[in-house]
Design a protein around this ligand. Sequence first.
Ligand code: ZN
Length: 505
Amino acid sequence: MSFEVREGDLAGRIGTLHTRRGEVETPHLMPVVNPVKNTIPPIELKERFGFNMIITNSYLILKHYGKERPDVHELTGFDGPIMTDSGAYQLLIYGGVDTNPEEIVKFQEGIRSDVGVILDVPTGGYAAREEAEFTVEETIKRAEQSIKYRSDPTMLWAGPIQGGRHLDLVERSARRMGRIDFQIHPLGSPTQIMEEYDYPALVDMIVTAKRNLPPERPLHLFGAGHPMMLALAVALGCDLFDSAAYALFAKDGRYMTATRTIRFEDLTELPCSCPVCAGHGLDGLLELPKMEREGLLARHNLYVTVEEVRVIKQAIGEGSLWELLETRCRSHPKLYEGFKRLSFYSDYLETNDPVLGKRVRGLFFYDNVSTFRPEVIRHRRRISERYRRPRGRNVLVLLPTPDEKPFNRSRVFREVRERLGGREDIHVCFYGGPFGIIPSELAETFPLSQYESSNGLGGNWRKDLPSFIRKNRYKKAMILIQNGAVKIRGAKAVRSLDEILAEVG
Ligand SMILES: [Zn+2]
């Protein structure tokens, strides 16, 4: 096994990728390194920033050094694991490459790459269906052939998933590539989709690929490098990233933060305390010649990126990745669109989300989107599929969720209990909030009382009520209404405790 998962939250995970040059903890972002010339010496990426694995381009090495086959570690001066891309990106951008699938596989072995990528055919963000289908089939064909060209079993191989926005093709690509002997699967073609900020499409692509790939193989999101979207991608199950953004942005005078990008000339403060920002200050950076400043901006961008990866790992370790998404996805309205898209995939997230072992002590609910998180989906499913009312309690009294928690110690609950005396047939349940129906005997179970919520969460749970009443075969059901009408089939609406008493008789 080349990949092990240690902890998870939502569909995100902390894992270990075993390569022949050592272990890499995921989620990991591999800085893209130019094999010929770099602003930052690659070894500094490891020693200063902690990037244990980098990615470079074997096609560019082939172009520059031909058949010399220099060891990629000697060439770059980086002694940790190195992944090499194949030139498929050049194929996408320039429309052609001067190599072939066999040559580039053998060449990557020859330069001692630790993780190679076959020469796939990228779909791109705008491909029409027919063209997209060709890229999927051609990539699968090359993937199958590539097995024959490989001779070094210690090297890991990545098989890219194509299909672009055509989700049925992404599904086909993932299923068939997942049956071929690869250890990693990159998801191809998201760059243009990300440049357009089409995050819902990106969410669709990632989830479709994940659902159809073997779960024990890490998913690598090609070309995703801005810190603001990493949390969302990790939450969906992406384990590896590569990015040239730190350097490209710096070249263009753009300063990254965890949530946005600021043009250097628009900075009036340095909203960061990394060694670059703390050491130079804004005035110090302004005085420097452009080239020197570019190198420092690239380093600042790397500090911000690596910090965000640590923030995400902390959130996974704690079980608060959803809360992190709530804040990060508000960085941009389009990213928030991507977050809202999770409501389509709440079952996928719930299935992958670990039930036990979270350290988080309370959940935060902000709006209706929050109510699609796994804990709510899981509770509602259990209530609908597995729950049975306590025997004998066949008169249902539904109370609106009180402000005090746990609900079964609230003033209204105690009053109902007192006034109904020792009635053994009464079953009090609460309704509302993010969770919907909470039987009073479960009210103290985590997280049903351990959450904070704003008003106006919507009411996805409303449709749960009639079937709850029906399935539990209550003789009688009453719902106490406050602030406006809730009409529920099978339950009599009452306005006060007195009315409940009169009904119960
Ligand atoms: Zn900084």
